[in-house]
Ligand binder design. Structure first.
Ligand SMILES: [Zn+2]
Length: 222
């Protein structure tokens, strides 16, 4: 924005003379000028479509899991875990989007706090193993989903994609460790978690791999 001191108006664009009086325009060193050079890019929501799809998937998952459970009741009360996973994913997503900055750090804190609390609680209530069997894999999968969705709805920098790739590996490795250490009685959630993290990791590399390699090369040269 430029400013005409005669007419006391602001003029868009890069005119040299005022369009009304022909007076030479000032390029103020105030906010107007900066406004145009560094537009305030909102960390914004490229599309709310991703959120609608997510709401739809959540409902479908709940209905499908309850339906399957009614048809095959022998498999136990696992829809509870689907619902718990979805709730933790939504809470995580809301916290992450609200905070807006340093998303990877927020996600890692959430996962760490919830995981440690669950292990502690499990241990205090006579170690039934539910924390390693179910809770940590569910939390890891939720975190992977939150990363995927924030990548979809917010403009991430390439550096954040690289961090996401590393976090994704981490969330895939945690259940592998508990599987290898024989700490798991019901392996399915952990296996599922590893599979999901491999799928998301491949997605990051397939869609952002080139940009990530460019970014890394830049770093190497500097
Ligand atoms: Zn003027």
């Amino acid at each position: 924005m430029q400013y005409c001191s005669e007419c006391r108006i602001r003029i868009r664009g890069r005119e040299e003379k005022c369009v009304l009086c022909g007076n030479t325009l000032l390029t103020p060193n105030s906010d107007f000028a900066r406004e145009e050079i560094f537009p305030d890019i909102p960390r914004a929501y490229e599309s709310h479509l991703a959120i609608r799809i997510l709401v739809f998937i959540s409902f479908t998952a709940v209905v499908a899991s309850v339906t399957i459970q009614k048809i095959f009741p022998a498999a136990g009360n696992w829809p509870i875990f689907v619902i718990f996973g979805l709730i933790s994913m939504w809470i995580g997503l809301i916290v992450v989007v609200r905070k807006g900055h340093n998303i990877p750090k927020t996600i890692i804190w959430q996962v760490a706090v919830v995981s440690l609390l669950s292990v502690f609680w499990d241990w205090q209530t006579g170690w039934k193993g539910w924390s390693l069997d179910y809770l940590i894999p569910i939390v890891c999968v939720s975190a992977e989903l939150v990363m995927y969705i924030t990548a979809k709805i917010m403009k991430l920098s390439i550096r954040e994609y690289i961090t996401y790739a590393m976090l994704d590996c981490l969330f895939g490795i945690i259940p592998i460790i508990s599987l290898l250490l024989d700490g798991v009685k019901t392996p399915y959630p952990s296996i599922l978690c590893v599979a999901v993290s491999i799928i998301f990791l491949s997605a990051i590399f397939i869609f952002q791999g080139e940009n990530m390699i460019k970014e890394l090369n830049k770093k190497m040269h500097i």
